[in-house]
Design a protein around this ligand. Sequence first.
Ligand SMILES: Cc1ncc(COP(=O)(O)O)c(C=O)c1O
Length: 396
Amino acid sequence: MNSSFEAHFSAMSTRLEGDDSPVWAVHDEALERQSNGEDVYLLSVGDPDLATLPTTIRAAIDSLEKGRTHYAPGRGELGLREIIADIELRASGKPCDPDEVVIYPGATNAIYSVLACLLDTGDDIVVMEPMYVGYDGIFKSLALNKIGVPLDVDSGFTFDLASVKAAVTDTTRLVFINTPGNPAGNIIPAAKLQELAAFCLERNIWLVCDEVYSMITFDGEHISLRKAAQSLDNVIIVDGMSKSHAMTGWRLGWTVAPEKVADRLLAFTSSTIFGCCQFVQDAAAHALVNDEEYINGVREEYRQRRNYVCERVGGILGLSCDVPAAGMFVMIHVDLAGTNGLAFAENLLAEQGVSVLPGIGFGDCTEHYVRVSLAQPITILRPAFDRIEAYCEGQA
Ligand SMILES: Cc1ncc(COP(=O)(O)O)c(C=O)c1O
């Protein structure tokens, strides 16, 4: 029966409606072609192909069998928060109280909660570009005004502190950074982090750092913002298990923030998520204290894949890349006549059945780049790069 009901949606959901970004169009088409049985290589996804540590799975099953299937404390299970506080103490050399830690179903929700608690509609948010595409929806949902500051693309995606400072105005209330970075795999050095933290403190600005790739480093060490910053009063970090522990589907992330911020976050999560699964938190607690060998293996696997990809790129006319110091991606510069990253990605999929993400999706500064994910084994990367090479040869 037809009704005369006219659906009315909130301004927020209207802002989020439809992602018409051409970036995902390439990926979506690749997925569709793959599900139709076509021979397509997907180098566009950042979901690790590696398996979760088997004993973590066992820990979750044990927890379920013990009946850990009820509501959990809003801040997160104390045992897990103690383990994370201890990791933070060791990473930063600064004390961390478990009450400064709040657990979320993934880093995405953690970032959303932090920004919702610290910023108002229309506020500026200063963020580095190229930027992880997932932030876009959060910023749109909260109606934040993104002020993108490019990394220095021509010198290996280095963090340009002077440009960040220049982007901060009297109305700026928050600077958002991501180190190690997605998609560029850059690590912000300790001295720059320290100076940025001091600058933000002096200007009365929050400094939030997404550190979800902190354990996937190859050249140089990840320096936590909490270690670099002299004062932690304005500092919040976000981390999680998705990438380092190949646990994207488990949904487990956290924030570490001054207690008065954590209290605000608790009040917010109490009305949004109302606590995370007990058995997932038990499994995460197990993983975080039994992961040394596993993480070394994960890091080594991605290092080999990174080396393989960079070597192949180096041998293909028209393509070049900086070797990323960390993370799960390689940004490839496309220097073929008459093409940019988007056209390259579209034509590569059409002609050779390989899907990569156009760099424009991460910011204007990477228009001539595409991003390749390392979440595929070398047995897949090899034939995929054979096709990329064949495509580029056809353009010469
Ligand atoms: C920089 C960055 N932050 C956050 C996330 C999302 O993490 P989670 O799966 O914990 O929500 C991703 C996922 O790709 C990411 O690259």
